[in-house]
Design a protein. Structure first.
Length: 135
């Protein structure tokens, strides 16, 4: 799915999604976020690269796909151990070492404390930690 010449950059983008979206979650929750990103890449509906998916619409305040990408905050890693884990999880999900059947082909998720209007139109797949996943 990722061209070898772009592997390092794409893995970093996937790890950023894991770190900034789900670093407080357990390993399963962090892997689920990575799986959603890769599902979007494969879907044919979203950009065809991991970085393209993660940072889609990043210049449109609160219109991006992943909130961290357009909040206007600096994307600084402040927890080295959580970053190291995010890199490992991103790699394991990308390489197929981790696949969550209950998340399946989900392309959407949200935190359990928000109620996006789009959620009613999709099939609920699973709840992992504070995130609800949909396809």
């Amino acid at each position: 799915m990722i061209e070898p010449a772009h592997l390092e950059r794409e893995e970093r983008c996937l790890a950023q999604a894991v770190y900034f979206e789900a670093r407080s979650e357990g390993e399963e929750g962090r892997a689920a976020v990575a799986q959603v990103v890769l599902n979007r890449v494969k879907s044919g509906v979203y950009p065809t690269t991991v970085c393209g998916v993660v940072f889609q619409n990043r210049h449109r305040k609160l219109a991006c796909q992943f909130t961290f990408a357009c909040e206007g905050k600096a994307l600084r890693v402040t927890e080295p151990e959580a970053w190291k884990a995010a890199m490992r999880i991103a790699r394991d999900v990308y390489e197929g070492k981790i696949y969550l059947v209950e998340v399946g082909d989900a392309t959407h998720y949200h935190a359990d404390y928000v109620q996006p209007t789009w959620a009613k139109k999709l099939k609920k797949m699973d709840v992992i930690g504070r995130h609800i996943f949909y396809s």
